[in-house]
Design a protein around this ligand. Structure first.
Ligand SMILES: Nc1ncnc2c1ncn2[C@@H]1O[C@H](COP(=O)(O)OP(=O)(O)OP(=O)(O)O)[C@@H](O)[C@H]1O
Ligand SMILES: O=C(O)c1ccc[n+]([C@@H]2O[C@H](COP(=O)([O-])O)[C@@H](O)[C@H]2O)c1
Length: 205
């Protein structure tokens, strides 16, 4: 992992709470904006960074070029003052979340990071590299997503970390809770996905 991220990295002050929405964004869509705004409000985040991944290590087919996905993500965010689109994983030289979190902790001392993900990723996170280190290092906000109705109860991760789960009424406390801590938010469901957009032919890699 590179330790010098260089100019152009997002700024954050010690004490700020930053939500991290990692994704392929291949392409970005309104679902990403929806979960970002819900998470920001309900988890009381100061900002959310979209971490546009160099490529999900578990997906066999590579995504579209990073600069193209970055440009599309910025257009989708439309200059929202509290959402930052960043290629910081590529700058850090990582595509593994555990390593990304380690790199960010070193580069931004005093900043609180919260990992955000849709429920589909909760269902499969036990296949990620050093996944328990992720749970043990930052609070995690899980956003409801159609097609995964039981993941919050049945996923291997949710069973193992049952004792670290915050109820919905405590969502506002998640960001300040010591890890491991996670919360499943039952937000209004949006069925949109990048897979569906690619299948419609509106985004060709
Ligand atoms: N409609 C949605 N509802 C809830 N979470 C979502 C939604 N769309 C994306 N997410 C979450 O946003 C993050 C980034 O998603 P990603 O860029 O992979 O989009 P995607 O639509 O899931 O793509 P694909 O269909 O290619 O897997 C993931 O944690 C994913 O679960
Ligand atoms: O660290 C891993 O092993 C790992 C495995 C699969 C996915 N992830 C991360 O999960 C996030 C969501 O990925 P995706 O492709 O579903 O948008 C993105 O930030 C990926 O880098 C991370």
């Amino acid at each position: 992992m590179r330790h010098v991220i260089g100019p152009g990295r997002p700024l954050a002050r010690p004490g700020q709470v930053i939500g991290l929405l990692g994704g392929s964004f291949d392409p970005p869509h309104e679902g990403h904006v929806h979960v970002t705004l819900e998470a920001m409000k309900r988890f009381r985040l100061d900002r959310v960074w979209w971490l546009v991944s160099p490529g999900n290590p578990l997906k066999r087919e590579g995504p579209a070029e990073l600069p193209r996905r970055m440009a599309a993500a910025k257009a989708m965010v439309g200059g929202h003052p509290r959402i930052t689109v960043t290629d910081i994983e590529s700058r850090l030289g990582t595509r593994y979340t555990a390593q990304t979190l380690q790199g960010l902790a070193g580069a931004y001392p005093g900043v609180r990071f919260v990992w955000l993900m849709g429920e589909d990723n909760l269902a499969g996170i036990h296949r990620w590299d050093r996944w328990q280190a992720i749970f043990d290092s930052v609070p995690i906000g899980v956003l409801a997503r159609p097609g995964q109705p039981a993941a919050a109860r049945t996923a291997r991760a949710s069973r193992l970390y049952r004792g670290a789960r915050l109820g919905v009424a405590a969502a506002g406390l998640l960001a300040r809770a010591p890890a491991p801590a996670w919360c499943h938010l039952p937000i209004p469901l949006r069925s949109i996905s990048s897979t569906a957009i690619r299948a419609s032919g509106n985004w060709v890699r």
